[in-house]
Design a protein around this ligand. Structure first.
Ligand code: ARG
Length: 458
């Protein structure tokens, strides 16, 4: 008979048990469930709600149960529904009446809310560390090869030369925002719901503050109905993960383009690629493609939880059991990406010559000509127009911009001087962009130094 079976006449059949169970996936919460039960038990004894002797027995038995689960010596079965009932059942099986006291002033509704919050605190800490490693891999790569000059793109068209390091550090900035969002989310996750009971608290004089302190939460939930119904913190985490995955997906798209034959800017280490079962010459950037692809399932998890919660009346509804699989799947996916991706960045080879060659079309320096005219006092719109006319002249005469003589240039840009003919080097173009936040070598070196210091601080 199930632990909640007092009012039931028949036992649940196997098919229904299979439909109802969550232990196949919520068993991953067992350490947190036990941690919560130990704090709850200590509090019950401190308040005289259960005898100290029972509390000691429960605590000792919980430790044994934890070790059994650690070692894989614990049987899970659908009939016992979830991790909470499994652990309580195991206590009662060993301790009888003493074990039967643990669930005083507690419901699985506040228990599961507690378990997820405890679990997510650790998850967020782990993902935060993983994100820092990812940033480190990007900054290291920028430190080693960041001075390579490459074309920067807008509309996926060659726009202006930039430093490779500048491009990489753009992703470091994105991941920093991801970290800020995670930290913010951690604050709202770190709130203690136990004591909310099924929805209305308890008539027993429990000490919620004590449990809060033992489990190192920053504060108590203030409203028991909200506490058992709230899954905002899971949705927030999923939205943080979805945005992070979107950033990884964009990086993946860059990496995939860079190692295509058309770009040919980098070569990925063989370990991160696979071949084709048909075409012998192929080397495919699968890890980047899969990371881009897996972003879809993380979005799926976020959408699933938003949809799950939107129609639920207060307070707890069994629907909420469906929060776990999408949440766990997104976490597992992000953890895998964080585990693999930084080494792919660390080991990729940069083809500086190819990057520079692609950035060497003098058309990429057209803006530099216009800005030179502005320096000479010409209003920018007129400068833009003159350089545009020069570009057109070059096209009509089948010349690259640096193949026109000064006299030819002066037909469309009357103010042009000999200096204008020297403006077509991508290295010089980059070198002149030294304002804060720009792609000049010193500006980028300062950004690299900033990140190196920041990443060693933590
Ligand atoms: N397995 C449940 C869940 O994940 C735990 C809470 C069950 N509460 C209940 N009243 N049946 O949400």
């Amino acid at each position: 008979m199930a632990l909640w079976g007092g009012r039931f006449g028949t036992q649940i059949n196997q098919e229904l048990a299979g439909f109802s169970e969550s232990v196949s996936f919520d068993q991953r919460l067992y350490k947190y469930d036990i941690m919560g039960s130990k704090a709850h038990t200590a509090m019950l004894a401190a308040r005289g709600i259960i005898p100290h002797q029972a509390a000691d027995a429960i605590t000792a038995e919980l430790d044994k149960i934890e070790k059994r689960i650690d070692a894989g010596n614990f049987t899970f079965s659908a009939e016992l529904e979830d991790i909470h009932l499994h652990i309580e059942n195991a206590l009662i099986a060993k301790l009888g009446d003493e074990g039967a006291r643990v669930h005083s002033a507690r419901s699985r509704n506040d228990q599961i809310a507690l378990d997820i919050r405890l679990y997510l605190r650790d998850v967020i800490a782990g993902i935060t560390a993983g994100l820092r490693d990812f940033q480190r891999a990007l900054v290291d790569q920028a430190d080693r090869n960041g001075d390579a000059v490459m074309p920067g793109f807008t509309h996926l068209q060659h726009a202006q030369p930039v430093l490779f390091g500048h491009h990489l550090l753009a992703y470091v900035e994105m991941f920093e925002r991801d970290l800020e969002r995670l930290t913010d989310c951690a604050g709202r996750t770190n709130v203690m719901p136990l004591g909310s009971g099924a929805l209305a608290g308890s008539t027993l004089k429990i000490d919620r503050e004590m449990v809060c302190g033992m489990l190192k939460f920053s504060r108590l939930t203030r409203n028991s109905m909200d506490a058992v119904a709230d899954r905002d913190f899971t949705i927030e985490l999923l939205s943080c993960l979805a945005i992070f995955a979107m950033h990884v997906s964009r990086l993946s798209e860059d990496v995939i383009l860079w190692c295509s034959q058309e770009f040919d800017f980098i070569e990925l280490d063989d370990a991160f690629c696979t071949g084709s079962s048909l075409m012998p010459q192929k080397k495919n950037p699968d890890i980047a493609e899969l990371s881009r692809g897996k972003t879809a399932r993380i979005y799926g998890s976020l959408t699933a939880l938003l949809t799950l919660c939107k129609g639920l009346p207060l307070t707890y509804n069994r629907d909420l059991q469906e929060d776990k699989e999408p949440l766990f799947d997104a976490i597992d996916t992000v953890e895998k990406i964080l585990h693999i991706y930084p080494s792919m960045i660390a080991t990729m080879k940069i083809k500086r010559d190819k990057m520079l060659a692609a950035a060497s079309d003098p058309a990429l320096m057209a803006t530099d000509l216009a800005e030179k005219l502005v320096e000479m006092g010409i209003p920018f719109r007129h400068a833009h127009h003159r350089v545009g006319a020069f570009v057109k002249w070059c096209q009509n005469n089948r010349r690259a911009l640096n193949e026109a003589s000064l006299e030819e240039m002066q037909q469309t840009i009357p103010e042009a001087t000999a200096e204008f003919l020297t403006l077509f080097s991508p290295e010089n173009s980059v070198a002149k962009r030294e304002i804060t936040g720009a792609t000049g070598p010193n500006a980028v070196a300062a950004q690299i130094a900033f990140w190196k210091e920041r990443l060693t601080e933590r």
